[in-house]
Design a protein around this ligand. Structure first.
Ligand SMILES: Nc1ncnc2c1ncn2[C@@H]1O[C@H](COP(=O)(O)OP(=O)(O)OP(=O)(O)O)[C@@H](O)[C@H]1O
Length: 219
């Protein structure tokens, strides 16, 4: 089944500063939605609003045309990978995979290096290894929509390529919203691309749009 998430009419202010104003964004099963924008333009805030972690001054969010009025979200509907680590360090890879109902064999088919880490606690993994586990759990576990906030920072280039393959596999079952300043990876895998500028989302098609919106320099 195809699921559609839409958000519009967003107004987010911190004190008197307007961060987001009149945003529109759509995510749907089978589509990778890229979100770009300069530092501080509100990409993480928009994801947190969708996830229900920030309550903005105004918003309208719908899944399959039903409005979400409550702030609590079910993991069956939306999963969110925040920028900062969020999983308790004392949990093992084995325990996390069990909790998220995931297979170790699938993880190591993408990341064979993790064979030795089945019983490792997160605190005993490197920063990049921990990030890969977090990305895998959020991206692969069952849900309608998955939001990834800067999945590529901390991860080495070979693993970035693997994560991109995993994202492309997973979009068959869910809508994926992704932001990262390694924008070439985002433009490469995105089916639909928005840039946030001056509090608004701009649906963009090409690199020229990114230049016009001040996200990258004119070459
Ligand atoms: N809890 C808060 N209180 C006050 N201001 C905040 C709060 N959270 C975010 N902001 C401000 O809102 C703006 C948007 O922040 P946000 O983290 O959403 O930006 P971003 O586009 O994700 O940035 P980056 O690319 O640097 O990660 C920033 O100016 C930030 O300082």
């Amino acid at each position: 089944m195809k699921n559609i998430l839409e958000i519009d009419s967003v107004l987010l202010k911190f004190k008197s500063t307007v961060i987001l104003n009149n945003v529109y964004l759509k995510s749907e099963t089978g589509i990778i939605t890229g979100l770009l924008g300069r530092n501080g333009t509100g990409k993480s805030s928009l994801m947190k609003i969708i996830y229900g972690e920030i309550i903005p001054n105004d918003k309208s969010i719908r899944i399959n045309n039903s409005s979400l009025f409550k702030s609590a979200r079910s993991p069956k509907d939306i999963r969110y990978l925040p920028q900062n680590k969020f999983i308790p360090m004392y949990l093992t890879v084995q325990r996390l995979l069990k909790d998220f109902n995931l297979d170790f064999s699938d993880l190591i088919s993408f990341f064979p290096e993790f064979q030795k880490h089945y019983k490792s606690k997160l605190k005993n993994l490197s920063g990049g290894e921990r990030r890969i586990i977090e990305i895998y759990l959020i991206l692969v576990s069952k849900t309608k929509f998955c939001m990834l906030d800067e999945p590529f920072s901390q991860v080495m280039p070979v693993h970035i390529e693997t994560i991109k393959k995993l994202i492309i596999r997973e979009k068959q079952n869910k809508g994926i919203i992704i932001t990262d300043h390694m924008y070439e990876h985002i433009t490469e895998i995105s089916d639909s691309l928005y840039v946030i500028s001056n509090g608004k989302t701009h649906l963009t098609n090409n690199i020229k749009d990114l230049q016009k919106l001040g996200y990258i320099r004119n070459s």
